[in-house]
Design a protein. Structure first.
Lengths: 304, 128
């Protein structure tokens, strides 16, 4: 009997996980709670050791021996919650214009993006489809950004998607390109030049990774950030120097400012693709709206 | 009432109408137009990165179902919103900027609750 109930439960859960609870009788007539048994097979130490990712010869940035290694005192501490300074205009969340001289793909993006906007359509709606914005766009997405600075690293956590970026400050070199895993935030190595923090980032994942309105990058994309604190530590200024020999000529430079915001924190914010059906501004949401058909309600223009 | 709110919204629209082209491209919404919805709430989801409303809407030929996109709760709170502000079955008036293609969806502008309270959303242009 117990096996039969367990079988029923498993079959129901597998067939319709969300409806499973409705299939049960009311409280008081519930079936007996099944006893859960899981076989335990010991993992040999050498096999377990291989399960833990490692980079031999390089202490992790949270290893106490690395954190507490004697180092010069840094010129400033970026620890805090920062918010992109858009007081000059909302479009400041973008990194251009000015733009460098783009090759074919970048020019196409500028032209087709403008056409899509004029037609009331999305263009390269990667973030709307829950692809990570990646650097540099994640930092200007109008969500607070946490910076946590320790002696040998700086952690950036975005309020959007809780995207995590590590800036290694322990003197390590970039990872061997033959083993590094490309990522949307790239691999960042920082060092101090006087009162400036200089961060060198490489190894970006180019798939569905765009800057501004759908401007693509290649796996050759490279970014240098020169970071300073201004206004007694209330403003963080970052100069971005971006190169991509496959996509544009020379350097794409842009400077952004961020304001220290002490009265906020970041939240958990997950992009859940299935929820997009409720958001008509996304591709999935617009498809769902299309299925509902045209509205009879036309409204009024705002300037009347 | 709609006209009054529209005027009230103009500065906000100037702020959020142009940008947001990467994800929730406001290009899909007609930010120059406001539609008044006589709505019965079927779902109000309070969540990041965007809250949303699903509602049955009274139309000349019966009822329509609409999805209405909002900004993030952190911004809505600043306009007086709570997680419990709307619940299924509530009968309210919702003002939205509709999809430009005429489908049944829009970007939330403001709501008039059953008790007469009016709530907007922060002009944060919150992007996700």
């Amino acid at each position: 009997m117990r096996k039969a109930i367990a079988g029923f439960v498993l079959a129901t859960l597998a067939a319709a996980p969300l409806a499973a609870q409705d299939a049960y009788p009311a409280e008081g007539n519930l079936p007996a709670q099944p006893q859960v048994k899981r076989p335990r097979t010991p993992i040999p130490p050498e096999q377990f050791d291989k399960m833990v990712p490692k980079h031999p010869g390089q202490l992790g940035v949270l290893a106490p021996a690395n954190v507490h290694k004697p180092r010069p005192k840094p010129p400033f501490d970026l620890t805090g919650t920062w918010f992109v300074d858009l007081r000059g205009g909302f479009t400041d969340f973008m990194f251009g214009p000015p733009y460098p001289k783009f090759y074919k793909a970048g020019r196409e993006a500028l032209i087709e993006g403008a056409k899509a906007t004029a037609a009331g359509k999305t263009y390269r709606d990667a973030i709307g489809q829950c692809y990570p914005p990646g650097m540099p766009m994640v930092i200007t997405r109008v969500w607070p950004q946490n910076f946590i600075q320790i002696p040998d690293a700086i952690f950036m956590i975005s309020g959007f998607n809780n995207s995590v970026r590590q800036i290694f400050m322990d003197g390590r070199k970039h990872t061997d390109p033959d083993i590094v895993v490309p990522s949307y935030n790239g691999e960042s190595i920082g060092h101090w030049e006087g009162n400036t923090l200089v961060v060198d980032t490489s190894y970006f994942e180019p798939e569905q990774h765009y800057i501004d309105m759908g401007i693509p990058i290649s796996d050759q994309f490279h970014m240098v950030e020169r970071i300073n604190l201004l206004d007694g530590g209330k403003t963080m200024q970052i100069q971005y120097i971006m190169t991509d020999p496959d996509m544009w000529e020379g350097e794409w430079r842009s400077t952004k400012r961020f304001l220290r915001e002490d009265n906020t924190d970041i939240n958990e914010a997950e992009c859940i693709l299935q929820y997009n059906e409720h958001l008509p501004g996304t591709e999935l949401g617009s498809e769902t709206a299309k299925e509902r058909g045209q509205t009879e309600l036309k409204g009024v223009t705002n300037d009347k | 009432m709609t006209h009054k709110i529209s005027r009230w919204l103009l500065p906000a629209l100037a702020f959020i109408g142009a940008p947001a082209l990467a994800h929730h491209s406001y290009a899909m919404f007609d930010m120059t137009r406001t539609v008044t919805l006589d709505a019965t709430i079927t779902q109000f989801k309070w969540q990041n990165p965007h809250s949303f409303i699903e509602a049955d809407v009274k139309a000349p030929e019966g009822s329509e179902h609409w999805a209405i996109e909002m900004t993030a709760p952190n911004n809505l709170v600043q306009e007086g919103w709570k997680r419990t502000t709307l619940k299924p079955g509530d009968h309210v008036t919702i003002f939205v900027h509709p999809l430009r293609n005429g489908d049944k969806g829009g970007s939330f502008a403001s709501v008039k609750l059953a008790d007469g309270t009016t709530l907007g959303q922060s002009a944060s242009g919150k992007k996700s």
